[in-house]
Design a protein around this ligand. Structure first.
Ligand SMILES: [Cu+2]
Length: 165
């Protein structure tokens, strides 16, 4: 039974990806959250065959969804919305990962529990400015697939202080 439901889930994902031919999504995951945590990140590798821009996103699980970039300013780690969209050069894999670009899910309506999935719609613009949407079911995990421990920086700057800390 378990195998069968896993298979169905991956078949669904493939079907959804096929609907948007120009951007390929790989290694997509969202970081699990704990009760009281209001924000988290979703990560993936995007390859736009003919070039595109990732201009935004939305999720029913979050009040606000933004494309973010995290970078060092001096010795301070800062993150901000990527203005004008994230450039995806033709044929080049662009990695969204902890410590770099990510999809920020804010004002979470409920904790994202490990081994569940969260719906996420990405909005792209092609070179001519035409918008297209890509709907994903993003697996929720504590660490990046492949077992690499995610850095501890997390998204605490967006989160309200958790009462239990
Ligand atoms: Cu962020």
């Amino acid at each position: 039974m378990k195998l069968k439901s896993l298979f169905t889930a991956s078949a669904l994902t493939l079907a959804t990806l096929a609907a948007c031919a120009q951007v390929e999504v790989q290694n997509v995951w969202a970081r699990a959250t704990v009760k009281g945590q209001m924000a988290t990140g979703a990560f993936m590798t995007l390859t736009a065959k003919d070039g595109a821009k990732l201009v935004g996103g939305s999720s029913p699980a979050a009040g606000v969804t933004q494309v973010h970039e995290m970078k060092m300013e001096g010795s301070v780690m800062k993150m901000a919305e990527v203005k004008g969209g994230l450039d995806l050069p033709a044929g080049k894999a662009v990695e969204l990962k902890p410590g770099g670009y990510h999809i920020m899910l804010m004002d979470l309506k409920a904790p994202l529990t490990k081994d569940s999935t969260v719906p996420l719609t990405l909005v792209f613009k092609d070179a001519k400015g035409a918008e297209s949407k890509l709907e994903l079911k993003v697996p929720v995990a504590a660490t990046a697939p492949g077992g690499t421990a995610a850095p501890a920086m997390d998204h605490a700057t967006h989160a309200k202080p958790a009462a239990s800390h």
